[in-house]
Design a protein around this ligand. Structure first.
Ligand SMILES: C[S@@+](CC[C@H](N)C(=O)[O-])C[C@H]1O[C@@H](n2cnc3c(N)ncnc32)[C@H](O)[C@@H]1O
Length: 478
């Protein structure tokens, strides 16, 4: 199906059902408090599920509210009060009532062509040693997308001596139930090539059933993608993630949090496919175009040295190195710094960038050594204290790291990054009040943080993603 036709369908569904989310500004939390019942429901949906609703859809939301409250024999107010507490089962049912699960096999077929011709061959080369590929369909709805992944992979991934994991996740339990049953109407095959239909589907009643061999290859999991999950979103896991036509339903904050989470879960060199109407801003991923579509790659941390473009070569080498750090090209940044000679190489600014590159490459020993050299010259250097702290944290010396982060934050009260690290560390160590305080402060300060500091200490993430990360961590602490 062409992109334009696909978008038209999205829009038509929007007009028809009224369930299309609006990506307007996130609303203030209102779990317990005032506003009309529908306003409270809207705020709760944004807060708990990251879903954004246009106030023009209030009428339909009111209907859902009335039905759900009646189902539990509660007043609307009583229902909303209870929903404000940890009522997970109802949250899942509510998500189901308000989300759109429209999808079909081979939706945006050009993306599956790119997957077959470019992405899977690249990942097979990258994983030749491990012989395992991990694929994720995030927001898989009734499963067509995850099964399509399995059909494409069946032709590309050698059947023997390779392990293939395909996971489909969605917040909607009923959609997942259908996914697991593997039964579909013939209409859901409208974009599926004839040969594929014959190979992977069997008639079942009025519709079709997915071949058992394929069903055994896909695992379906119920999860809200705006929430953390230590296994599903473990860092550096997936070779390919499809998160298509999901971000468009989320608030900007929730969408940024999801992007940060799936970026982290992508393996270095892994690829992300979004829907044609989804947008990705402030991401550290690299855009590719082929087969009339686009997709993103998480460029490996230690990339093969790429040529430094001529325009870059005109800029001071230190600035070029900072730019490369922001692009996660840490080894390239180091190579550029190696080209700085004489007294210039010993300047504090150059040493700091070198230390940041070394730390990102995992050489915390040499990075810490450079920080200590900087601190011998100037004990009040907040950036050197911060970087030393990240090295100590990398070596699991938490008390020393916390001490150094605190010094950095004290020396420069506008410095956001030590606050962010203190917040993350406190959360990891189970110190909830500190985590909340520091993450709150980090969010406030990140908005005004110097670009250079974000490049040096942000681990390749941009400002928006770092703010989203803080918000996601904050949400997870409560
Ligand atoms: C329009 S469907 C997209 C299906 C498929 N990815 C595609 O592009 O054809 C959107 C899906 O996103 C799911 N979804 C929405 N918000 C979600 C969330 N917070 N966590 C997980 N899934 C979510 C909905 O349940 C729905 O099944």
């Amino acid at each position: 199906m062409s992109r334009r036709r696909d978008e038209r369908l999205e829009r038509r569904r929007d007009d028809g059902t009224g369930w299309r989310r609006d990506r307007g500004p996130a609303r203030a939390p209102a779990t317990a408090g005032g506003g009309s019942p529908v306003e409270r429901l809207r705020a709760l949906l944004a807060e708990r599920l990251g879903l954004a609703f246009d106030p023009r859809k209030d009428e339909q939301l009111a209907e859902v509210l009335q039905q759900r409250a009646a189902q539990h024999a509660l007043s609307e107010r009583g229902y909303l009060d209870r929903l404000g507490t940890a009522w997970q089962a109802e949250l899942a049912a509510l998500a189901e009532a308000v989300t759109v699960a429209e999808t079909y096999f081979y939706r945006n077929a050009e993306q599956f062509d790119a997957l077959a011709d470019v992405v899977l061959p690249a990942r097979l080369r990258a994983r030749a040693a491990q012989r395992r590929l991990n694929l994720l369909s995030a927001g898989c709805a009734t499963g067509e997308e995850a099964y399509t992944l399995a059909m494409v992979a069946a032709d590309r991934v050698p059947a023997t001596r390779w392990e293939l994991s395909i996971v489909g996740l969605d917040v909607s339990r009923s959609a997942l139930r259908q996914a697991m049953a593997g039964r579909y109407s013939r209409w859901s095959l409208r974009e599926t090539p004839e040969a594929v239909r014959e190979r992977w589907f069997h008639p079942a009643g009025d519709g079709v059933e997915v071949d058992q061999r394929l069903r055994g290859r896909v695992r379906f999991v119920e999860h809200n993608v705006t929430d953390e999950h230590p296994v599903l979103f473990a860092p550096d896991t997936y070779d390919v993630i499809l998160c298509r036509n999901v971000l468009m339903y989320l608030t900007p904050d929730a969408a940024a949090g999801v992007v940060a989470r799936i970026t982290r879960a992508l393996a270095p060199g892994g690829f992300l496919f979004l829907g044609h109407t989804d947008t990705l801003t402030g991401s550290a991923l690299t855009l590719h175009q082929s087969h009339g579509t686009f997709y993103y790659e998480k460029v490996p941390l230690v990339a093969a040295p790429a040529p430094v473009r001529a325009a870059r070569a005109q800029r001071p080498r230190r600035d070029v190195a900072v730019g490369l750090l922001a692009e996660e090209r840490f080894a390239d940044a180091l190579a550029v710094l190696d080209g700085i000679g004489g007294a210039e190489a010993d300047r504090a600014g150059v040493l700091l960038v070198r230390a940041a590159a070394l730390a990102q490459l995992g050489d915390t020993g040499r990075a810490a050594e450079l920080c200590r050299r900087l601190l011998e010259r100037d004990t009040l250097h907040p950036d050197a204290h911060h970087l030393l702290a990240t090295c100590l944290e990398g070596d699991e010396d938490h008390p020393a790291a916390i001490g150094q982060y605190r010094v950095a934050a004290l020396l420069d009260p506008a410095f956001a990054l030590p606050r962010l690290r203190l917040g993350l560390l406190a959360r990891r160590l189970g110190d909830r009040p500190t985590a909340e305080r520091e993450l709150d402060r980090a969010i406030e300060l990140l908005a005004r943080e110097h670009d250079e500091r974000i490049a040096l200490f942000g681990g390749g993430f941009g400002r928006t993603v770092l703010i989203a990360l803080c918000r996601a961590e904050l949400a997870a602490t409560s």
